[in-house]
Design a binder for this molecule. Structure first.
Ligand SMILES: *[C@@H]1O[C@H](CO)[C@@H](O)[C@H](O)[C@H]1NC(C)=O
Ligand SMILES: *[C@@H]1O[C@H](CO)[C@@H](O)[C@H](O)[C@H]1NC(C)=O
Length: 511
């Protein structure tokens, strides 16, 4: 061996071993598996060669379910550069009992074997354990902290320097002028599970994002405007609220002609208020809770709140309030969804181009049906309030509190105009005949329902200026609930458990 060759060999050895010390092993291929292969039109299982950019690490991943020891693989394959997978030669899930298990690793086919080793969090200062030596104490306490700090710093750095460079599995869209909503989204596997609803602008899917369920609303490219608008509304300052659907991220998928626009939000198993009322009746306290949380969400949307942590929250008009756009959490707390038509009003700025006659015909206020609205901020808020009145009527119509029969669920004006009313039908009923859904006489005998009926009538008043504000409706509902509880003290207990108990006993859901 010539000395040059020896030198080259030595350099090679050194670089190899330093690579080994750093734990860096190149991943060229991974075990591939897809439990949903028929729908996704992929192979069921095999070996996947990993593509990736130069200077980027490549990994393998596995996701699986484990129902009391029975392991069901979900997906396996290549995984893009991800600090969470650095330097682990074995594929180990460390999270404590996740719904879906996930692990990633480095090295060819390292995802063939999967391990589950939850990190048990020990409580500090157990008097029975012998006092460890100072060095050990330092080692055990400082190293993890420094490790976490280093990982955090590193991820932060990676995110800032490389966010545009990844070809990710899932990454928020970088539209000019809009900050990516959540960097954490990047690269988590997302699997569409089933279609839950079809709306005017696209389908809503139940999906799995790592180990949680999320809702994915898919818009065809023709509906880019409403995707963009909804995304923009959710990204406004102060739009995180308990009674507004929680937004997770938005992205563009596919390329060329096949672009789809995705909007990812929290998923609520109970579905919409329409679904719920179709399948269930509601008690007085349930009605109060749903109505109050809905009104609180609407009041919050309608409010202008300067000086929040993340900026100035502008007034937002929803413009498509209806029971289908109100979702129910497990404890029956309402949250408002679907901001495809929403408008924001910032001081000194116009609301931009807008058409007056938008929304769902059935819920259109008389001035909208007539095409006679003025484009002032307050007119839009009053249009929302008219629709809110109809939603409250839907709740009242399915409430068991009154001493009388509970009607089958019906949409507002279903009796008058049927399932698919035309604009003319609605104009005839709402504008010319000035009809409103029926408030049953026997509802008036229940003190609470009587107040609710009054509130409903003040929401759907023909005169827009006479309508109640959302904040006022919220207060009315709180008051009427308090009143009825003074009359029937037994109910107080139910109210308390309902508000505090997150695991509200599940009712049959239509989903
Ligand atoms: C399926 O596997 C075969 C060979 O193993 C490969 O040639 C083909 O590209 C794979 N198809 C897909 C859709 O991955
Ligand atoms: C599956 O769950 C059982 C306990 O239910 C656990 O002992 C086992 O390690 C888990 N295995 C995997 C691969 O998740």
């Amino acid at each position: 061996m010539g000395s040059a060759t020896k030198l080259a060999f030595a350099v090679f050895l050194i670089s190899c071993s330093s690579g080994a010390i750093l734990g860096r092993s190149d991943t060229r291929e991974c075990i591939f598996f897809n439990s949903n292969w028929e729908k996704d039109r992929t192979n069921r299982s095999g070996i996947e060669p990993c593509a990736g950019e130069k200077d980027k690490r490549r990994h393998c991943f596995s996701t699986w379910k484990n129902s009391s020891g029975t392991i069901e693989l979900v997906k396996q394959g290549c995984w893009l550069d991800d600090v969470n997978c650095y330097d682990s030669s074995e594929c180990v899930e460390k999270k404590d009992s996740p719904e879906v298990f996930f692990c990633c690793c480095e090295g060819n086919m390292c995802n063939e074997k999967i391990y589950y080793s939850p990190e048990i969090i020990h409580t500090t200062s157990n008097p029975l354990t012998p006092k460890p030596e100072l060095f050990n104490t330092l080692l055990y306490s400082l190293v993890p902290i420094m490790g976490i700090a280093a990982i955090l710093l590193f991820s932060f750095w990676m995110y800032h320097h490389h966010k545009l460079a990844y070809p990710p599995v899932l990454v928020p869209t970088q539209d000019p002028g809009l900050t990516p909503p959540s960097p954490l989204l990047g690269q988590k596997p997302l699997q569409l599970l089933e279609i839950k609803a079809r709306g005017r602008f696209g389908c809503v899917w139940k999906a799995q994002l790592l180990n949680e369920h999320v809702a994915v609303k898919i818009f065809p490219i023709q509906n880019k405007q409403s995707w963009q608008n909804e995304y923009e509304m959710y990204s406004l300052s102060g739009m995180k609220h308990e009674n507004i659907l929680n937004f997770i991220g938005a992205e563009k998928r596919g390329n060329g002609m096949d672009i789809e626009l995705w909007l990812i939000t929290a998923y609520h198993e109970k579905g919409s208020l329409t679904d719920y009322l179709k399948a269930n009746v509601v008690s007085w306290n349930e009605l109060c809770h749903i109505a109050q949380t809905f009104a609180r969400g609407l009041a919050y949307m309608h409010e202008d709140i300067p000086g929040l942590k993340d900026g100035h929250k502008p007034v937002v008009a929803h413009r498509d309030i209806k029971s289908k756009n109100i979702l129910l959490k497990n404890n029956l707390t309402a949250c408002i969804a679907d901001f495809g038509l929403a408008l924001k009003f910032e001081a000194g700025k116009s609301a931009g181009d807008t058409h007056g006659q938008v929304g769902t015909r059935r819920y259109m206020a008389p001035e909208v049906l007539e095409g006679a609205i003025n484009f002032q901020r307050d007119s839009f808020l009053r249009i929302d309030m008219y629709a809110a009145g109809l939603v409250l009527w839907e709740l009242a119509s399915r409430c068991t509190a009154a001493d009388g029969p509970v009607d089958e669920y019906a949409l507002p004006f279903e009796e008058e105009v049927g399932q698919h009313p035309s604009l003319e039908d609605m104009q005839e009923v709402v504008v010319h005949k000035k009809l409103r859904p029926t408030l049953r006489e026997y509802w008036q005998k229940h003190a609470g329902l009587a107040t609710l009926c009054e509130t409903i009538e003040e929401c759907w008043d023909h005169e827009a200026e006479a309508r109640l504000s959302a904040g006022c409706v919220e207060e009315r509902i709180i008051t009427m609930q308090r009143q009825t509880n003074l009359i029937a003290p037994d109910d107080i207990l139910t109210v308390v458990t309902m508000v505090t108990n997150l695991d509200y006993p599940p009712k049959e859901s239509s989903l």
